[in-house]
Write a protein that binds this ligand. Sequence first.
Ligand SMILES: Cc1cc2nc3c(=O)[nH]c(=O)nc-3n(C[C@H](O)[C@H](O)[C@H](O)COP(=O)(O)O)c2cc1C
Length: 320
Amino acid sequence: MPDLAAILADLRVPVVVAPMAGAAGGRLAAAVSAGGGLGMVGVGNVATVDQVRAECGTAAESGQRFGIGLMCWSLPQNPALLDVALESGPTVVSLSFGDPRPYLDAAHDAGAVVVAQVGTRTEAVDALDAGVDGLVVRGSEGGGHGRGVVSTLPLLQQVLDLTDRPVLAGGGVATARGLAAVLAAGASAAWVGTPFAACAESLFRPELKDAVIAADTDQTVYTRVFDIAQRFDWPEIYGGRALANAFTDRWAAHPDVLSESLDDDLTAQIKQARVDADLSLAPVYAGESAGLVDRARTAAEVLADFEPFRDHLRAAQRWT
Ligand SMILES: Cc1cc2nc3c(=O)[nH]c(=O)nc-3n(C[C@H](O)[C@H](O)[C@H](O)COP(=O)(O)O)c2cc1C
């Protein structure tokens, strides 16, 4: 089995693309790994075996190292997703949002190292007990699904004192300054979603990328109402951070009322809004760092913009 610390230490830019269902496919994974980071493919709760085979195949054909991120809570609904993902030969497997134990051996037997995203100290202790090879501290400012209770920096400080296994920092890291900050604290790499969701190789529709670029840091909301409306059975502890829109303005403060009053028309409207890219209703999952993404870029340009992290680390040495 490869060694996670060595894999991360080998990166020219210590940035791992967060596995983002609907955004991080094989093309993005290949581009990031070719550019000196580590690419990941996101496998969501509504993914099909054919989609996963195609996206992981694209990543594998690039000849670069890549990773795959799966959602533990939804794997029992479609266990074949794990088999297909592992057949493609990922170097890293992320088992997040649920108990990784049932899938750990299969990932290890396939030759992958395993990480889990954690959003609280308790989740970190549990994942370490389960036997993951590294942790991703994922703060509440992050985009997409996760815990909404602790932000990145407090959780990172806490978890780094818990373990000698590699810890990656996710949630809100979008610039060379942010990367330098988490590396200086002791993270082995950053786990970056939102900036890559908006980049050229992302599977996001152009309208969604433009919306992320236009948004400011205070224009996101952490909520379960998109999942309630679409009747997705995400465990209640996992909400998702998305761009605020007319739908969240109406419902984010009243998830219980939405649950009780939900009818099939609204579910159909939200699903249609996603097809039509009607962003007043559809979710655009993105974190607070949307406000740090201000132009269209390729994955290589996103990585290049992280590169001055070394200057910030050097500047901080005046304190040593
Ligand atoms: C559009 C989008 C989709 C996401 N989908 C997944 C997913 O499928 N699996 C997963 O483990 N995390 C997913 N996440 C969460 C990321 O792994 C990560 O926690 C987050 O992007 C980090 O915060 P940042 O967006 O501020 O960089 C997603 C995030 C975004 C923005």
